[in-house]
Design a protein around this ligand. Structure first.
Ligand SMILES: C[S@@+](CC[C@H](N)C(=O)[O-])C[C@H]1O[C@@H](n2cnc3c(N)ncnc32)[C@H](O)[C@@H]1O
Length: 236
């Protein structure tokens, strides 16, 4: 009898449960009937979602640029991500592990990733590391510019991270810089008003992979959203 809370306390508990259930159902029905899609609260809740918990620590400086790019991609109902340069080592967080994180994201939200690489061994590593997301990934063995020229269909998120770029300020990066520019030009006609472009290896003292492409994007009227370890651009 000592532990019995009494009828008043019991009624309060029941009222509280009814309140919580009502709030949850009102919230869910609001999400399903308004423009805010039910999955978006995960990205809007900034640091309390599966994506943050799984990747924030490892992605370090790339976390926010990847997050904003993918958040926009969801808001804009994007379907296809294309990346040049796949993940080439297990747990290569220094390189970005892009195939893993994009693959996981695509599985989670039922989207598609196309990853292009001209090194079959690297592509094999990427395949092994992303087995669980493989239904959502197309692995393309090809030189990137060649494939991008042939590729048909619109691209909603373009991620450029293929030819290696040296970090030493005295090193000449003209080749990777020209390559990134050529990759963009190869798909320029397949980008639409709501496409998003993300480029890795930005802000190196020698200009990084992004140098020439950034100049070109400005000329073409694109808007830079973030300029950090990666450079993030939108058309509108
Ligand atoms: C910096 S790594 C990519 C890192 C990866 N995005 C990540 O986040 O882990 C560069 C990759 O681009 C590939 N690559 C270099 N030049 C290329 C080209 N012209 N066409 C396609 N892939 C290329 C390399 O084989 C390598 O696997």
């Amino acid at each position: 009898m000592e532990n019995y809370p009494g009828p008043k306390k019991q009624n309060n508990k029941i009222r509280k449960s009814i309140f919580v259930v009502s709030i949850v159902s009102i919230y869910s029905s609001l999400l399903s009937t308004t423009n805010i899609k039910s999955f978006m609260h995960e990205f809007l809740e900034i640091n309390n979602n599966w994506w943050y918990k799984k990747y924030h620590k490892n992605l370090k400086k790339r976390y926010w640029t990847f997050t904003i790019a993918l958040s926009l991609f969801l808001q804009r109902d994007g379907g296809k991500i294309v990346e040049t340069g796949c993940q080439r080592h297990k747990d290569d967080w220094g390189g970005g592990c892009s195939t893993t994180i994009f693959g996981d994201f695509c599985k989670h939200y039922n989207k598609q990733l196309v990853t292009i690489d001209n090194n079959p061994e690297n592509l094999e590593v990427a395949k092994n590391e992303t087995k669980e997301f493989a239904d959502h990934i197309k692995y393309i063995f090809s030189e990137s510019v060649e494939y991008l020229k042939r590729n048909s269909g619109f691209i909603d998120l373009l991620y450029l991270d293929s030819m290696d770029c040296k970090e030493n300020p005295v090193d000449d990066n003209t080749e990777p810089q020209t390559h990134a520019l050529n990759e963009f030009k190869a798909v320029e006609g397949k980008l639409h008003d709501e496409s998003i472009v993300l480029i890795d290896d930005n802000l190196f003292a020698n200009g990084g992979k992004t140098k020439l492409l950034k100049e070109y994007l400005i000329q073409k009227g694109w808007t830079m959203l973030m300029d950090y370890k990666q450079s993030l651009w939108i058309k509108k």
